[in-house]
Design a protein around this ligand. Structure first.
Ligand SMILES: Nc1ncnc2c1ncn2[C@@H]1O[C@H](COP(=O)(O)OP(=O)(O)O)[C@@H](O)[C@H]1O
Ligand SMILES: [Mg+2]
Length: 372
């Protein structure tokens, strides 16, 4: 993967080419002071100047004394004021309104998928700039876009291309994860398709395997193939309930992009990629070896694929945890802080009490054992 391939996969590069086949979106240049604010590791302070500011997450001057916790040991208290970006804020609100009031936010390449747990609605759906800031400031994926977009590129010695950072606002669409697929293109050939949400088993995928694969291949050959700036890339699609295929995203062909149910070794090797369920017919004791050879030949002619390898999670595979789980804080912390699970709180207090008693006992024992 070369730096130029990463540059080509920026939203503002591919969106004009494939506008007709993707979700309506607006692109706003990110002013430098907003970039600085996003990169600043300091307290998360969100400006209250837009109407939908979520007070729960802010630390503004209206907050009552109880919430004014001084986090540092420093004796001098510094007042943190919310930065204001009035012009940018009004542009963002205008764009959100033009897109129907609910948007999905991204930067040049990434969405803050790793931070959705922090939002009040546990979703990436945003109604205001403060919703967007909260997600962006909590996301490692966003930090990656801002700080190391050319990570893992093979041409590290060449100078980094200049990047103009952009806020991408996409019209909010209720996408069903079972309808999402990732497609790998090498030398302008669609070589592999993977279920995107591979942690779950979706019955409809195994039932409609052929229709899905065919619809995606048609979409590729009619609208994508030879139309992009590169011949190696990865594109994500959504197949809606009517069977129509939509482009969701374009990604570089390389390790920065999750290879899902394939491995990058397989994808980059240039060799034939096998389908998922490669199971040879079993040799039945009653059959002669000649009959078995014929059976295997018949099996191969049935299973030799012409098109891309298509992989999806089958019921036999253990369903795995969500890949973004490691970015979250433990569920118990959330329950405790929200006070939603009274039993957990009682258990927690009991645990604290018994720990306290244990340490008191230990102290007493130590005192007894101590040399006189
Ligand atoms: N406009 C949208 N509305 C709602 N959800 C979306 C929208 N666009 C994408 N998503 C969801 O977010 C996920 C990540 O989006 P994507 O643009 O591919 O970001 P990334 O490149 O960071 O993974 C998608 O798989 C899809 O489930
Ligand atoms: Mg992507």
């Amino acid at each position: 993967m070369k730096k130029e391939q990463v540059v080509n996969c920026q939203f503002s590069v591919w969106y004009p080419i494939f506008k007709k086949h993707t979700i309506k979106s607006l692109i706003l240049p990110l002013p430098q002071n907003v970039i600085d604010y996003l990169l600043d590791d300091g307290t998360l302070v969100v400006s209250g100047s837009d109407h939908n500011t979520q007070q729960t997450h802010t630390n503004n001057s209206d907050s009552n004394a109880e919430e004014d916790i001084q986090w540092s040991d420093d004796e001098t208290t510094t007042t943190v004021t919310a930065p204001e970006f009035p012009e940018f804020t009004s542009k963002v609100l205008e764009a959100i309104n033009a897109l129907g009031g609910r948007v999905f936010p991204k930067l040049n390449w990434s969405a803050p998928r790793d931070a959705n747990w922090i939002a009040l609605n546990s979703s990436l759906q945003c109604h205001s700039l403060s919703d967007i800031f909260l997600l962006f400031k909590s996301s490692d994926f966003i930090a990656h876009d801002l700080t190391q977009p050319f990570l893992l590129c093979s041409d590290q010695d060449s100078p980094d291309p200049v990047i103009n950072y952009e806020l991408v606002l996409r019209k909010w669409s209720e996408l069903i994860p079972g309808g999402e697929f990732r497609c790998f293109v090498k030398e302008n050939k669609l070589i592999a398709i993977s279920q995107r949400d591979y942690t779950q088993y979706y019955q409809h995928i195994s039932k409609q395997e052929e229709q899905i694969c065919q619809a995606i291949q048609e979409f590729f050959s009619q609208h994508i193939q030879y139309n992009f700036l590169d011949e190696d890339f990865v594109f994500d699609v959504y197949r809606d309930s009517l069977g129509r295929v939509w482009l969701i995203d374009l990604n570089p062909f390389g390790e920065v992009t999750d290879s899902l149910l394939f491995s990058w070794e397989e994808l980059a090797s240039g060799g034939e990629i096998s389908q998922q369920q490669v199971r040879l017919p079993r040799l039945d004791h009653g059959k002669s070896s000649e009959a078995y050879v014929l059976l295997v030949i018949a099996w191969f002619s049935l299973h030799t694929q012409e098109g891309p390898a298509f992989r999806y999670t089958t019921s036999e595979v253990t369903v795995q945890p969500s890949p973004c789980l490691s970015y979250r804080i433990p569920r118990d912390f959330v329950d405790l802080s929200a006070g939603e699970d009274a039993y957990k709180l009682i258990d927690f207090l009991k645990l604290k009490k018994s720990q306290q008693e244990d340490s008191e006992e230990e102290e007493e024992e130590e005192e007894e054992d101590a040399p006189q």
